[in-house]
Write a protein that binds this ligand. Structure first.
Ligand code: AMP
Length: 369
């Protein structure tokens, strides 16, 4: 039997791969690991390169040579506002390449963004081949609805470098709507609210038969779960200082570890009313590790997250205005992205659109599915 084509959500934070077997879409994973493949590449001193899960853990240890969240920069000129802002936020080095493109400079060498994306795609392919026990060479890759032609062709180039034939580039919101079974005849207008790790996007689609028309799309390339992690980490900084004398604002590694602790606590608070953030840090070689525990409630996280969640609705209002629609003209709201697991996000989406959003499918997997 010829190998099936797989669907790849090449995400800013994580990538996911799915396949349709006997008409049933399902996500793929290798072994006991979940389906999320971190879109992260880490270049070790030994010359070795890690991609995915093993690379992600190096973000806190070796941030200068661990490349993450570059999707938002794909196909953008080096002198653009996005690249300027990203440069001030990431610990790895971004340089100007040929034709004012962006190049990531690491101890493992200089790489174009399609080359970095190709490294992630190769890992995605490995996971898919392991899951299916079959060689894969064709795929559909999803991209944000607002990707321009250059960004779409950069994504195809990444596929080619990874020796994958990209048989189609599909808009992420269209993919999410298809996963929920839309596109089978009814004429309606729906909203896809996508709140991920690094970016927020909202897309209004008009469905007529199997035609999906983008009525409007709006987004903020610097708004996502990362902001909530940073807000929670910043809130923990004085508590950490008081208990351990470590000033995370003066110590990059300590801050990165604190941010990881904040992210774990944030995720736990989606299902629990309270949790304990745990920070373990060895300030110097051979020094005793420091341990700091701090209780956080869901209410506290909600308070810290509220301004960021409010910004998502400014973007929703912008999209509605562009399309000349009101929130209650829409007949469904689909949630995409890990940050939509946060209960207060769901509640506020429901109250903004005047209807409960669709949540049956896991929000991190829906685009790949
Ligand atoms: P995505 O881009 O869809 O992979 O989403 C990644 C973002 O979702 C990261 O900021 C994660 O911390 C966040 N996330 C994942 N799971 C949860 C959860 N259970 N509760 C809150 N945020 C989550």
């Amino acid at each position: 039997m010829p190998a099936p084509a797989v669907g790849i959500d090449l995400g800013t934070t994580n990538s996911v791969v799915a396949v349709s077997l006997a008409g049933r879409p399902q996500v793929l994973s290798d072994g006991n690991h979940g389906p999320l493949i971190p879109s992260v590449v880490s270049f070790l001193e030994s010359g070795e390169r890690l991609v995915g899960r093993t690379a992600r853990v190096r973000r806190a240890i070796d941030p200068a040579h661990t490349v993450a969240s570059v999707k938002r920069l794909l196909g953008r000129p080096f002198k653009s506002e996005e690249v300027r802002r990203a440069k001030s936020r990431v610990a790895f080095d971004l340089k100007e390449g040929p034709d004012s493109s962006v190049v990531v400079s690491t101890r493992g060498g200089d790489f174009s963004l399609p080359e970095i994306s190709a490294m992630v795609l190769r890992e995605v392919r490995r996971v898919a081949e392991q899951g299916l026990n079959q060689r894969i060479d064709r795929c559909v890759v999803t991209v944000p609805a607002n990707f321009n032609e250059l960004q779409r062709s950069s994504t195809k180039i990444a596929g080619r470098i990874a020796e994958l034939e990209v048989i189609r580039i599909l808009n992420e919101p269209t993919a999410a709507a298809l996963a929920y079974g839309y596109g089978r005849g009814t004429r309606e207008k729906i909203c896809i609210y996508d709140f991920g790790g690094g970016t927020f996007d909202v897309t209004l689609l008009e469905l007529a038969g199997n035609v999906f028309e983008v009525l409007a799309t709006a987004g903020d390339t610097f708004l996502g779960g990362d902001d909530l992690d940073a807000a929670l980490a910043d809130w923990l900084v004085p508590h950490l200082l008081r208990t351990t004398k470590v000033d995370a604002l003066q110590d990059r590694v300590a801050y990165d570890i604190l941010r990881d602790a904040a992210e774990s606590a944030k995720c736990a608070l989606s299902t629990q009313e309270a949790t304990t953030a745990e920070f373990v840090y060895q300030p110097r070689k051979n020094a005793d590790p420091l341990r700091f525990l701090h209780r956080i409630t869901r209410a506290e996280l909600e308070r810290l997250a509220a301004p960021f969640v409010s910004r998502t609705f400014d973007v929703c209002n912008e999209a509605l205005k562009l399309a000349g629609l009101k929130a209650n003209d829409l007949t469904a709201v689909i949630l995409v992205g890990g940050s939509t697991r946060i209960p207060s996000v769901r509640q506020r989406v429901a109250s903004f659109f005047g209807r409960d959003p669709l949540t049956n499918l896991p929000p991190e997997e829906v685009v790949a599915l």
